[in-house]
Write a protein that binds this ligand. Structure first.
Ligand code: ASP
Length: 319
């Protein structure tokens, strides 16, 4: 055991400007991020695994109405909440993912259950909800995911026939570019005391989404990836770009095949490749040496990290 541990989290990236958040709201976000770090840290401190730690941290964001994950998930075109999540272990390369679940209180815990089952990696829709019930996960009525903030956002855009990233639906009539949005997806990456890393991501997807639209968050390789040989990554941003750029795996591949450092690889993908495509967002990443990157090409990203060296949670919102 090397005794060193570290954890990083995000709660979404995008156009997050100081003037957009009241001091009260800013404090609420910072408190929620701090709590997520503390819950993950507790796990790591007592010798839990990186997989357990990222799940514990993401559960906090799923239980908070502030993030577009779990409780605060956005409304779909049909007025439903359809959630996605994924998790991966960098030691074993085992992974679990769920898409379009409707009754699972904590989709990241369902992903973890799936990771533990060697028979499959990715479950969706009613089947995934059924698997959650069979495995004793906490189920909730769709009403549990109702929050007034998300409902009002949906009301603003439900007649547009278009899907929006949460928070910034008010720009519906403008020539909205990806750069106008904020993203409320949540994720975590961790290094445990055994030298293993893991990543997890959870989201409610896009406001007013239809046709079972899925983003990158539940796709292993795009929104989430972990491999002890390279790094663990969790993404947030405009999912269509992250899917097409296979962002999380691309960062890992630059490290594994080209020998780039974590920082170089993250910058190459987030600040160069994604920018050229027009894909706004950010990533958090960690490697087995305990290096951490919180990298984004948007104005802000709800984010934070904690390391065993001083045990003090650090949280940030703006650049
Ligand atoms: N990546 C997510 C999606 O496209 C959105 C987000 O990060 O908030 O579904």
């Amino acid at each position: 055991m090397n005794k060193q541990y570290a954890l990083a989290i995000h709660g979404g990236a995008g156009t997050i400007l100081r003037e957009m958040l009241t001091p009260t709201l800013e404090k609420q976000y910072k408190d929620a991020l701090t709590l997520a770090l503390q819950k993950g840290q507790e796990v790591l401190k007592r010798g839990g695994t990186a997989v357990e730690a990222v799940a514990a941290a993401v559960v906090v964001t799923e239980d908070s109405p502030l993030f577009n994950a779990g409780r605060g998930a956005v409304f779909s075109y049909e007025g439903k909440h359809e959630l996605e999540a994924s998790i991966m272990c960098g030691k074993t390369l085992e992974a679990g993912a769920v898409a379009n679940v409707r009754t699972v209180k904590n989709p990241v815990l369902l992903s973890k259950k799936i990771l533990e089952n060697p028979d499959f990696v990715y479950l969706s829709g009613d089947g995934a909800d059924k698997y959650a019930a069979l495995n004793g996960l906490e189920l909730v009525d769709q009403k549990y995911f109702y929050t007034e903030e998300r409902y009002l956002q949906w009301q603003e855009v439900r007649d547009t026939n278009r899907a929006f990233l949460d928070h910034n639906v008010h720009i519906k009539n403008a020539e909205a570019k990806a750069g106008d949005y904020k993203f409320g997806t949540a994720g975590a990456v961790a290094l445990d005391q055994y030298g293993n890393i893991a990543a997890a991501t959870s989201t409610g997807g896009l406001t007013n989404k239809k046709y079972g639209r899925l983003g990158d968050s539940s796709v292993i390789g795009s929104g989430t990836y972990a491999n002890n040989n390279s790094c663990a990554v969790s993404c947030t941003g405009y999912g269509e770009f992250f899917l097409r750029s296979v962002v999380a795996y691309d960062i890992a591949a630059l490290i594994e095949y080209k020998g780039l450092s974590l920082k170089e690889a993250a910058n190459r993908v987030v600040k160069d490749k994604l920018v050229k495509m027009g894909g706004e967002g950010g990533i958090i990443a960690i490697d087995a040496q305990g290096n951490i990157e919180l990298c984004f090409n948007s104005e802000g990203m709800y984010r934070g990290y904690v390391r065993s060296a001083d045990g003090k949670p650090n949280v940030f919102i703006y650049e």
